[in-house]
Design a protein around this ligand. Structure first.
Ligand code: ADP
Ligand code: MG
Length: 664
């Protein structure tokens, strides 16, 4: 059985109206081990025939059999496998990949056979050494002479075995000495059992072959036929054995590595372009990471600090802004408070000991809020001692005339340089100090300042004037012994939603008091407002992020399409040496993903910087870029790369090898 057989093969090109018959009814049989020259003038169809023989191109008509198998029955991957495992191409213009060195170029076919890089390099070095290029292993094609480049392409043809070597004008671009050397090598390979098909327009070159087939206008006009006595010879070892091919897992691993390295080289080769196309992705990812960081920071800050104090409580105090000027809202009677205790959702009602007072130290006056305090007040209001101390147990129990100032009240009464501790201040009620009968004898009382406190929380929640804390016992005995309070807090039992409890409270209080002459504040509703605010913020960022990612993705797609058309020849070369369509697709997809992930990394760096800046200018929100955010960034970038890399990758994979190779 002939190694190769053509039966009535034609190849037509249609250029608009005109039809070109590049091949026109070729019948041909070539045995294994032959050395055939295909000769003819320029335009006679030699290259077209060569492309058909090499399974780079399909005939328009007729049958093409390889070892008895009809090539038309083979799928793209099977044809790729044939090229990879059995064919070796040598082109007039060498067709080496410019960014790979001699060794990398020679080893390329083994990449697609799934051979590991160590075995690949060893074999490539051995072949190059035998071809006299032992000292040129790491030279790029542009650092090699024509003859040297052509020898690299021979090494590449032999990499996986190269049973059938297809050489299209291999001497065409060489000087005569290099050309002669080339022919000597081809003869040597033929002697070692390789089948050689050599295309040339030069009768002098053709004369080196054992059989000459002449083409004219796509037809065979002369064929010597297989030399009599030719014994079809199996290939025997002319060269070190081709490395063993790996299993599918090994192949996958080799593919991925190669695709990553290629992607990296190509991106590095176009730095500015890479940077610019990364930009959109970077901005998008920066937004995405910022959302994650900011919302989680906001949540932990508000939920942790704010809600630990505020949750479950509603504050109610007398008076509000809607009262007519001069109208005085009455205090809450203890009976009113008792009436509220029985409302649904209410766990308890606690009168607030607070009273507007006037404090005087030397010539300074300050309108402040006197508050009854106990041992738990510091913890509840998130205070820490700034100077002096908190009340002693004795002072708390015995109604001592001592007080602790907060930051605001200390500043109102004392100079910054002056320590308030140990000083005596005079306290009087703004409207007099009411006693149990409601009378207001206005006798200022001396109080000794024992300490000052300041907020221990990032969230100060002091409204209105500064506070002057006095022991609760002192408050009742000396400041306000009325059976009524100006403000109180309601603890909820969480069996009803806070808003509903608040509605019940207001309704009942209005009924009891005959008018809405009070105000209320609920930590939970405030928290909900804050949550809505954060959610709005997050949505804004998400919108910006999504748009930036979309624009960035389109940019990446655009750049990848440009890259595909720029690298058409490279794709053709890879396909000629046996890359499957899937390999090419993978390569470009990985390149898009790598590009996007690089952009994502820059984006993460940007948001990290942003977090540092935010941390430097304020300390309410503790924003940090977490590993979770990094994971999200990586996942999103990869997804964008996959989505927007698909079109370019498919386009690359769909290129026909012969068209791709024809492109210069
Ligand atoms: P040779 O290699 O012998 O110089 P080719 O096989 O390259 O000849 O070309 C044979 C004929 O087919 C020529 O007339 C050429 O113009 C035509 N041809 C080759 N490739 C194409 C193509 N891709 N599209 C249209 N015509 C082509
Ligand atoms: Mg040609």
């Amino acid at each position: 059985m002939p190694l190769i057989e053509l039966r009535g093969v034609s190849r037509r090109y249609t250029l608009g109206e005109i039809e070109v018959r590049a091949l026109d009814g070729i019948d041909l049989a070539i045995e294994a081990g032959e050395f055939v020259a295909i000769m003819g003038q320029s335009g006679s169809g030699k290259s077209t025939l060569m492309n058909v023989l090499g399974c780079l191109d399909n005939p328009s008509e007729g049958q093409f059999l390889i070892a008895g198998q009809d090539a038309a029955q083979l799928g793209a991957d099977e044809l790729a496998a044939l090229r990879r495992e059995h064919f070796g191409f040598i082109f007039q213009r060498y067709h080496l990949l410019p960014h790979l060195d001699a060794r990398g170029n020679a080893a390329l076919p083994a990449v697609y056979a799934g051979v590991g890089s160590g075995a690949r390099s060893a074999r490539a070095e051995e072949l190059l050494q035998r071809l006299g290029l032992g000292d040129r292993l790491h030279h790029k094609p542009n650092e090699l002479s024509g003859g040297q480049q052509q020898r690299v392409s021979i090494a590449r043809a032999l990499m996986n075995g190269g049973q059938l070597i297809l050489a299209d004008e291999p001497t065409g671009a060489l000087d005569s000495a290099s050309g002669a050397e080339m022919l000597r090598l081809l003869k040597e390979l033929n002697a070692a059992g390789h089948t050689i098909i050599l295309v040339t327009h030069d009768p002098g070159v053709a004369a080196h072959a054992k059989r000459v087939i002449e083409l004219r206008d796509g037809r065979v006009v002369k064929d010597d036929g297989t030399p009599t006595g030719h014994a079809a010879s199996p290939v025997h070892a002319t060269s070190p054995a081709a490395p063993a091919h790996g299993g599918w897992l090994r192949r996958l691993q080799v593919q991925w590595r190669e695709a990553l390295v290629t992607a990296w080289l190509s991106l590095r080769g176009n730095r500015l372009r890479t940077f610019l196309s990364m930009l959109g992705i970077s901005i998008g990812i920066a937004s995405v990471v910022s959302i994650v960081a900011l919302t989680s920071a906001a949540r932990s800050t508000f939920e942790g600090e704010f809600m630990s104090v505020m949750s479950g409580k509603i504050w109610i105090w007398r008076g509000n802004n809607n009262l007519p000027p001069g109208a005085e809202a009455p205090s809450f009677r203890l009976a009113e408070l008792d009436a509220l205790r029985s409302l649904p959702g209410v766990a308890g009602v606690q009168g607030e000991q607070q009273l507007p007072v006037l404090l005087r130290h030397r010539a300074r006056d300050a309108n402040l809020q006197a508050r009854g305090a106990d041992a738990d007040t510091m913890r509840e209001r998130k205070l820490k001692v700034d100077a002096g101390r908190w009340f002693s147990a004795w002072e708390l129990a015995e109604g001592a005339q001592v007080l602790v100032l907060d930051e605001q009240s200390r500043k109102a009464l004392f100079k910054d340089s002056e320590s308030p501790v140990g000083k005596t201040v005079m306290l009087s009620g703004s409207g007099g100090l009411p006693d149990a009968t409601g009378a207001t004898p206005n006798a200022p009382l001396p109080f000794v300042v024992v300490g000052s406190v300041k907020a221990d929380s990032q969230l100060g929640f002091n409204f209105g004037n500064g506070n002057a804390y006095v022991p609760a016992s002192t408050y009742v005995q000396k400041l306000d012994s009325r059976p009524s309070v100006d403000a109180f807090s309601v603890q909820m039992d969480f069996k009803l939603p806070p808003d509903e409890v608040l509605r019940h409270l207001k309704h009942r209080l209005r009924a009891l008091r005959g008018a809405e002459n009070f105000s209320s504040w609920s930590g939970d509703s405030e928290f909900r407002k804050m949550q809505n605010f954060t959610a709005g913020f997050a949505a804004l960022f998400a919108g910006v992020g999504a748009i930036a990612l979309l624009v960035g993705g389109v940019g990446v797609m655009n750049i990848m399409l440009v890259s595909v058309s720029e690298r058409t020849r490279e794709i053709g070369i890879r396909m000629a040496v046996g890359a499957r369509q899937g390999d090419v697709r993978l390569q470009f997809l990985i390149e898009a993903v790598v590009l996007c992930c690089l952009g994502g990394l820059v984006g993460v760096a940007l948001s990290w910087l942003g977090a540092q800046v935010l941390g430097a200018v304020q300390d309410t929100l503790k924003v940090s870029v977490s590993w979770g955010a990094l994971g999200v960034a990586f996942a999103v970038s990869s997804a964008v790369g996959l989505v927007f890399g698909t079109v370019p990758a498919r386009r690359a994979a769909a290129l026909s090898p012969v068209d791709a190779l024809a492109r210069e």
